[in-house]
Design a protein around this ligand. Structure first.
Ligand code: SAH
Ligand code: SF4
Ligand code: F3S
Length: 467
């Protein structure tokens, strides 16, 4: 049965471990299979690693195919409408598979489940979904799943606010040499277009000791690259009992032996400190890559978006970053078609793209999110106009990226080899320190190693080189 009581973090962790043990006994000898689909950002990707960790401890094995799995999980995202439509589409498709295999269980979790209108719809029209839970009680997955196996019918458990941060639950990392680590959860910024603060709750930081302990364990198991995750890492640690800054955390992480590379996501331009820029300069392990979401280059729209910086401030940060670390790769996020965006506003964005000289960018057409202030703005942009601007932006970005990439041709970059190339098995794929995707010829024995690669050619979205 669903448990309402919330214990302290340590008690909660013990309860989950006990539930995992009970499930292990219950499933002994059966080896049921699972398949997890993850939508959305790295936070969600890492949450799915936690779900997989719990499932494998229970005795579940990874299924090659979703349709054949005994347990299908969708870890959802609601940042844009597309991500939501995908889930409904897949659920319809899975219904027929569940008819063929009545033992199949379907679970939904993640950000989309924190939206009340989604839950209403699932209750009404998707009765074949067995388990629905949200972002705040993800750590209770073991207990919830146990209830699903005990009691047939749809189980819905959504919390509207987070509880304590529960540490020490299992997690399965997708690669053995690269790992994500949460440093904080939630967001307090309330950018007017964004649903994340509503579905992920208020900002909470993990204790630095817990973070370092986790990274030390990862390093001991062979992990070389750490990605620190938070919606706005600049506010890390401010609300802890013993406050600590993100820059101070970077120095601490740098001291962990065995870790070669440190990355982080995401940093908001509004409160980027000089101390952080110094830390990037002083810590050789911190990669010369900065993801600095721009969203728009128009001062007027930035205000409407509640971003708390303007075009000049943004460009000044870019300048300071490259001054401190000349090889710094700067990437960004841009939204086209925010309510009220005029051609002039859009051209301001294009201007920043050219002046900043981005190394890469994620570009999005504005998507109206129910419950956010921007959704209530009256001057929504005509989708056709947004699309035209969007395509123009892609052309400019390609030009800018080509220009930036040219500087790398002929240079030798240190590449952490990630995998065999999807299209050509004689090629390997890896990432440079600046987070550039690099393809080169080599054998799979190099996977997980850092090797020097001389860049021969740039093809906008990736580089091709020779070992
Ligand atoms: N916390 C991160 C971003 C998380 S969401 C930050 O503030 O930088 C990732 C990106 O999705 C955002 O940077 C934004 O560019 C985009 N995004 C968020 N809400 C959106 C919406 N309603 N429509 C289109 N894109 C959106
Ligand atoms: Fe969304 Fe803004 Fe928070 Fe990023 S900082 S998650 S864009 S509200
Ligand atoms: Fe990430 Fe999407 Fe949630 S971007 S925080 S998974 S809404």
């Amino acid at each position: 049965m669903k448990r309402e009581h919330m214990g302290n973090a340590a008690e909660e962790a013990l309860m989950q471990k006990a539930a995992i043990e009970r499930m292990k006994n219950f499933l002994a000898g059966r080896h049921p299979s699972y398949y997890i689909t993850t939508l959305g950002c790295q936070m969600n990707a890492h949450d799915s690693e936690k779900l997989a960790g719990i499932l494998e401890e229970m005795g579940f094995v990874l299924s090659e195919q979703e349709e054949a799995a005994d347990l299908v999980v969708y870890n959802t995202c609601c940042v844009r409408e597309n991500a939501e439509l995908k889930v409904y589409g897949r659920l319809g498709y899975l219904k027929s598979y569940k008819k063929k295999n009545p033992n199949m269980k379907i679970a939904l979790c993640g950000c989309m489940m924190q939206e009340p209108h989604v839950i209403e719809k699932l209750k009404k029209s998707y009765r074949w979904v067995d388990l629905i839970f949200g972002t705040h009680n993800l750590y209770r997955f073991a207990e919830l799943l146990e209830s699903v196996y005990e009691t047939p019918g749809q189980l819905i458990d959504i919390w509207d606010a987070p509880g304590e941060i529960v540490e020490d639950l299992p997690s399965i990392r997708k690669t053995s040499f690269k790992a994500s680590v949460n440093i904080m959860f939630g967001c307090n910024n309330f950018c007017t277009y964004c649903i994340v603060p509503y579905v992920r709750g208020r900002e909470r930081s993990r204790e630095p000791e817990e973070i370092i302990k986790e990274i030390q364990c990862l390093a001991a198991s062979g992990v070389k690259e750490i990605q620190l995750l938070g919606q706005n890492v600049n506010s890390y640690g401010k609300t802890l009992q013993n406050p600590i800054s993100f820059a101070q955390l970077l120095y601490k992480v740098s001291e962990v032996e065995g870790i070669e590379r440190i990355r982080f996501m995401t940093s908001h331009p509004k409160d980027l400190s000089p101390e952080l820029i110094d830390a990037m300069k002083n810590c050789p392990k911190v990669c010369p890559h900065f993801h600095l979401p721009l969203q728009s280059g128009s001062d007027r729209l930035l205000k409407e978006m509640n971003r708390h910086y303007d075009k000049a401030k943004y460009l000044d940060i870019v300048r300071r970053l490259r001054e401190a670390v000349p090889e710094m790769a700067i990437t960004t996020d841009i939204i086209v078609g925010f309510p009220g965006e005029t051609r002039e506003d859009f051209l301001e964005t294009v201007d920043v793209v050219r002046k900043a000289g981005f190394d890469n960018a994620f570009t999005f057409i504005y998507s109206k999110r129910e419950g956010t202030p921007a959704a209530r703005m009256e001057n929504q942009v005509d989708p056709e106009e947004a699309k035209t601007n969007f395509e123009e932006l892609l052309v400019v970005l390609k030009e800018v990226m080509d220009q930036r990439n040219e500087r790398l041709v002929g240079k030798t970059l240190q590449v952490l080899v990630e995998d065999v190339n999807n299209h050509d098995a004689s090629m390997l794929t890896g990432r440079s320190e600046g987070n550039y995707l690099v393809h080169f010829k080599g054998g799979s024995e190099l996977i997980g190693q850092t090797v020097p690669v001389k860049i021969d050619e740039q093809l906008t979205y990736y580089l091709v080189g020779t070992l």
